[in-house]
Design a protein around this ligand. Structure first.
Ligand SMILES: Cc1cc2nc3c(=O)[nH]c(=O)nc-3n(C[C@H](O)[C@H](O)[C@H](O)COP(=O)(O)OP(=O)(O)OC[C@H]3O[C@@H](n4cnc5c(N)ncnc54)[C@H](O)[C@@H]3O)c2cc1C
Length: 388
C-alpha cells in the first residue's frame, strides 16, 4: 500500500467534515473543468476568463470567506483549502480567485460604502462582474508609498490620473479598486472600467502565469463622482489590509502547486524504468521524494496553524509573512526538484511541473517579494526596520 505525502501526515484528521466536503467539491471542479484546458490555456496565454469566473461564482468560491452580500461566509481555513485545490490546477486560476475575492471584493467589503457594497459585491460573488486591484506602478512595487497616481477634487468630482502595472484581471475587469495619492494621503477608489479615460492594455510575452490576465491600467483624467472614494480609510493601511488577506490564500495555494508536482513525480518515478528498474526504486529518488514530502507536510501544518489563528481573529500580518515566505519558497524548490525526476519529459506541457515552476516565479514576487517578507520577519525579530 502506498500513501500520498499529505496522507502520510494524516492532514485530514486536522480538518472538519465541512472543510473536507468543501475541499472535495473544489477538487472535483478542478479535475473536471480546469485540468483538461490548462495546457492549452497556458500555451496560448489565453483563458476564457468571463466564462470561468461565472462557473467559479456558481461553485461559491468568490469572496467565500466574506459575510453577506451573496458571499458564502466560510471560515478562513476553508478559503485557504479552496485556494490550495485551485492552485493544484494552476497558480493563474488561483490568482483570478484571490484577486477577485481577497483584493477587490475584500477591499470593497472592508472599506467601501454601503452603496459600493450593494452595487458590486453580489455580482462579484456570483461571478457576473470581475474585479481587479491596482496598487503597483511601473516605478513602485515593493514601495507602494511612492505611488504617483493622483486623485484631485474638481467640484463634486474626483479626477484620477496615473498608471498601474502588473494588474491581475485588469483587461477583463468590470471594476477596478485603484489606490491613489490625494491631498489627504493615499485613498482607494471604486472605478468602473467603462469610465471615460480608463484603459487596460494586456501585458504580453509573459513566461509565467500565462493562464492569467495581467495588465497595465491607464487612468487619463478619469472623472468619478465624489462617492467613488472609500469613505474612511487613509494611507497604506487600506491596501496592506487587503494584501494580507490575499497572502493568506497564497500560504495554502502554493502548496497545491507543490502537491501536484510531487504527486506527478511519484507516479512518473513508479512507471519509468531506468537500468531495468523503476526510477522509484532508487535510493536517490526516494531521498528526494522523502525530503520534498517533509517540506510539503510541514508547510501544510504551518498553513493550518495560521488558518486556525485567523479563524480565532488572532492572525497578525507578520505571521502571514512567515507562511508566504516559507510555503512559496518550498513550493518552488519542490517544483524544480520534481522536474529533475521527469528528466526531459519534465520540460514539456504534457506534465504540469514546469508550468507550476514557472508560475511560482510570479508567486514568489507578487504579494510582497520573498526578500520583503524576510525583512518583515527580521523587523519583528529585531525591532529594526531594514527596508523603511
Ligand atoms: C503576474 C503578476 C501579477 C501581479 N498582480 C498584481 C495585482 O493584481 N495588483 C498589484 O497591485 N500588483 C500586482 N503585481 C505586482 C507585484 O505585487 C509586484 O511585482 C511586487 O510588489 C514587486 O514589485 P516590483 O516588481 O516593482 O519589484 P521591485 O520592488 O522593483 O523589487 C525588485 C527587487 O528588489 C528587492 N527589494 C525591494 N525592496 C528591497 C529592500 N528594501 N532591500 C532589499 N531588496 C529589496 C525585491 O525583493 C526584488 O527582488 C503582480 C505581479 C506579477 C508578476
Amino acid at each position: 500500500m502506498t500513501r500520498t505525502p499529505l496522507e502520510l501526515f494524516d492532514i485530514d484528521s486536522l480538518l472538519s467534515e465541512e472543510e473536507i466536503a468543501m475541499r472535495d467539491t473544489v477538487r472535483s471542479f478542478v479535475d473536471a473543468r480546469l485540468r483538461p484546458g490548462l495546457a492549452d490555456w497556458y500555451e496560448e496565454a489565453s483563458i476564457p476568463a468571463r466564462e470561468l469566473t461565472r462557473e467559479l461564482g456558481g461553485l461559491g468560491v468568490l469572496g467565500m470567506h466574506l459575510e453577506g452580500y451573496g458571499c458564502a461566509g466560510t471560515s478562513a481555513t476553508a478559503y485557504g483549502l479552496a485556494c490550495l485545490e485551485l492552485e493544484a490546477a494552476d497558480s493563474g486560476l488561483r490568482s483570478l480567485v484571490s484577486v477577485q475575492g481577497s483584493l477587490a471584493m475584500y477591499a470593497i467589503h472592508r472599506w467601501g460604502s454601503e452603496e459600493h457594497k450593494d452595487a458590486w459585491l453580489p455580482r462579484m460573488a456570483a461571478g457576473e462582474a470581475i474585479g481587479c486591484f491596482g496598487l503597483t506602478e511601473p516605478d513602485f512595487g515593493s514601495n507602494p508609498a511612492g505611488m504617483r497616481t493622483r486623485a484631485v477634487r474638481d467640484g463634486d468630482a474626483w479626477v484620477l490620473t496615473g498608471t498601474k502595472m502588473w494588474i491581475t484581471n485588469g483587461s477583463v475587469a468590470d471594476v477596478a479598486v485603484v489606490w491613489a495619492q490625494t491631498d489627504d494621503g493615499i485613498r482607494g477608489f471604486v472605478v468602473p472600467t467603462d469610465s471615460a479615460g480608463f484603459a487596460a492594455p494586456e501585458i504580453k510575452r509573459k513566461m509565467s502565469l500565462r493562464a492569467s490576465v495581467t495588465s497595465e491600467l491607464v487612468l487619463d483624467g478619469v472623472r468619478l463622482p465624489a462617492s467613488a472614494a472609500f469613505p474612511e480609510v487613509r494611507g497604506l493601511r487600506g491596501p496592506l489590509s487587503c494584501l494580507s488577506e490575499a497572502r493568506f490564500g497564497i500560504v495554502f495555494g502554493a502548496l497545491g502547486a507543490a502537491r501536484d508536482c510531487l504527486e506527478t513525480a511519484i507516479a512518473y518515478a513508479r512507471e519509468r524504468e531506468i537500468f531495468d528498474q523503476p526510477l522509484a526504486a532508487y535510493q536517490l529518488t526516494q531521498a528526494k521524494l522523502a525530503d520534498m514530502s517533509l517540506e510539503l507536510g510541514k508547510g501544510m501544518l504551518l498553513a493550518l496553524h495560521l488558518g486556525r489563528l485567523k479563524d480565532a481573529g488572532r492572525l497578525e500580518p507578520d505571521q502571514v509573512s512567515l507562511g508566504k515566505l516559507n510555503n512559496v519558497r518550498e513550493a518552488i524548490a519542490i517544483a524544480r526538484e520534481c522536474r529533475t525526476i521527469l528528466g526531459a519529459a519534465g520540460i514539456t506541457l504534457e506534465y504540469p511541473i514546469m508550468r507550476h515552476a514557472n508560475n511560482l516565479e510570479s508567486v514568489l514576487t507578487y504579494e510582497g517579494t520573498s526578500e520583503v517578507h524576510q525583512l518583515v520577519i527580521g523587523r519583528a525579530l529585531t525591532g529594526e526596520s531594514a527596508f523603511r
